[in-house]
Design a protein around this ligand. Structure first.
Ligand code: HEM
Length: 510
């Protein structure tokens, strides 16, 4: 009897060892490469102030798909076009959620917007509203007059400053902010610097709030990665998020109150004129799949105003910086403009298809300077095998598009700014070509990309068509720094400052 129990025990042990070793072998086979993590901090010690560049260097060692620990949480980074395709196309649905972050909680009304909302009915409904009500080609065409008016303003402001030092980004942001505010909120809602303060905020205040929002939405907040020290707020980011949220909330309350008052005054005859009107109508709709409350309306306003402003302005500022480093490219661009447009009018959106060199400049800019260098983080909704590796539910995924834009296997001489590489090529930025993904791809792809392309095309074309560009007297081409600052958008560290002089007959600037 005793020997039988010993035998059974030995057999049970053997089976357990066999099962364990099989489990361990399987597990090891599917473990992603990556640096060995430290307790508690994981690999955060390897991430510098420009995380996309740190990850780019690490990918050279660990490959196109690697796993790290940010604090206690697992992060997977895709650094090649093939791996980007795996996450954004092959397994798009599994990776269509967002991680939980303090930024989502404190700056977007507890995930009540589209950008940070987890995958699900609320997010799906929000995206559908954007795509049908705002970004359909009919709706975008109906707002062309706004883009034209704001372009005229930009040109006349720059003309008035001819011969003086101009910080280009300030003017570009003002133009995109004005366009998006007018489309979404119905008017600008900020007082122009030249005018008396009649609105609830001044332009500079509003721009500062949006800059802070972008920065705080992109930072690596330690509490997100080591949740049990979250309450300490070691970097002070959560405090800043709460302060910002209060300011933004006051602004959104004011916008909603004004819209409600107009709606009540008009009674039954009321017709929705802008996105806020429409959202207020939808909030009263009992048939809506998921109810939208006032936090939702504010979250949506913010998505659009913030998402639409700095991104486009930053891209055009990068484009002008690259061009000013190589003046012969400006010459090529203006030759195209002179030939197609002539010198007696401005460039309109309908001219874009006839301006392939301009399109190539924008693509080349977005290759080297994608504003969302790691896209927005994606999160795995369930366990999934990607390229033979196991990725577990809850893992955060970053797609390093900055790295993909510099992949020597795809791009010849990748560090060189060379718009010609796109001439005669079908590669575009609409999420079908995984080597060029400034707007992402798949379910979470930027819904505003068509508007962005129109705003950027029009600003860049007319800046080149309307002005000659010179550096300040004490500056040489080599002095134009290409350093970046990391955030949800990655702008220039040192704003581009230049001197303009008019290129076209003077009556066109009036
Ligand atoms: C150059 C301009 C722009 C760039 C480079 C850009 C880029 C991006 C990127 C990379 C994403 C995340 C994609 C992902 O998670 O995989 C995104 C999302 C988003 N963008 Fe843009 N964007 C731009 C302009 C705009 C504009 C003009 C708007 C609206 C007015 C906008 C609204 C949004 C929204 C709402 C999302 C969240 C989508 C979601 O999570 O489902 N963006 N954008």
């Amino acid at each position: 009897m005793e020997s039988l129990s010993c035998f059974l025990l030995a057999m049970a042990l053997l089976v357990a060892i066999l099962l364990l070793s099989k489990f361990l072998t399987n597990h090891q086979q599917s473990l992603l490469p990556g640096p060995k993590p430290w307790p508690i901090i994981g690999n955060l010690n390897l991430i510098g102030p420009l995380p996309h560049q740190s990850l780019h260097e690490l990918a050279k060692q660990y490959g196109e798909l690697m796993q790290l620990k940010f604090g206690l949480l697992t992060v997977v980074v895709a650094s090649s076009s093939e791996m980007a395709k795996q996450f954004l196309k092959t397994h798009d649905q599994v990776f269509a959620s967002r991680p939980v972050t303090a930024a989502g909680k404190y700056t977007t009304y507890n995930y009540c917007n589209v950008t940070w909302a987890p995958y699900g009915p609320y997010w799906r409904q929000g995206r559908k509203i954007y795509l049908t009500e705002l970004f359909s080609s009919k709706r975008l065409d109906s707002y062309e007059y706004i883009r034209v008016e704001e372009r005229r303003e930009l040109i006349s402001r720059l003309h008035a400053l001819s011969g003086t030092l101009v910080t280009l980004k300030d003017h570009l942001s003002r133009t995109t902010l004005s366009i998006v505010s007018r489309i979404v909120l119905g008017k600008k809602y900020f007082s122009e610097p030249e005018a008396r303060q009649t609105e609830v905020v001044k332009l500079e205040e509003f721009q500062e709030m949006l800059d802070e929002l972008f920065l705080l939405n992109g930072v690596l907040n330690i509490g997100d990665w080591i949740p049990w020290i979250d309450f300490l707020d070691l970097q002070g980011y959560v405090k800043r998020m709460k302060a910002l949220s209060k300011k933004l909330n006051r602004f959104y309350d004011h916008v909603i109150d004004e819209h409600q008052a107009r709606r009540q005054a008009a009674g039954k005859d009321f017709v929705a004129k802008d996105m806020v009107d429409l959202l207020l109508e939808l909030a009263d709709d009992p048939n809506l799949e998921v109810k939208i409350n006032s936090d939702g309306i504010k979250g949506f306003m913010q998505d659009l105003v913030a998402g639409g402003t700095d991104t486009s302005a930053t891209t055009v500022e990068w484009a002008m910086s690259e061009l000013m480093k190589q003046p012969h490219l400006i010459k090529k661009a203006t030759e195209e403009l002179d030939k197609v447009i002539g010198r007696d009018r401005w460039v309109e959106e309908r001219d874009f298809p006839q301006l392939p060199y301009l399109a190539a400049i924008l693509k080349e800019t977005m290759r080297l300077h994608p504003v969302a260098v790691l896209l927005a983080p994606h999160a795995a909704l369930e366990d999934c095998k990607v390229a033979g590796y196991d990725i577990y539910k809850g893992t955060t995924v970053f797609i390093n598009v900055w790295s993909i834009g510099r992949d020597p296997q795809i791009w010849e001489d990748p560090e060189k700014f060379m718009p010609e590489r796109f001439l005669g090529k079908v590669t575009d930025v609409k999420g079908q070509h995984f080597e060029l993904l400034p707007f992402g791809s798949g379910r979470r792809m930027c819904p505003g990309y068509t508007l962005a392309l129109k705003m950027m095309g029009s600003s860049l074309a007319n800046l080149l068509h309307g002005f000659n560009w010179k550096l300040p007297d004490n500056m040489e081409i080599e002095d134009i720094s290409m350093d970046e600052v990391y955030g949800l958008a990655t702008p220039r560290k040192f704003p581009l400052v230049a001197i303009t002089e008019p290129r076209l007959p003077l009556h066109l600037y009036q």
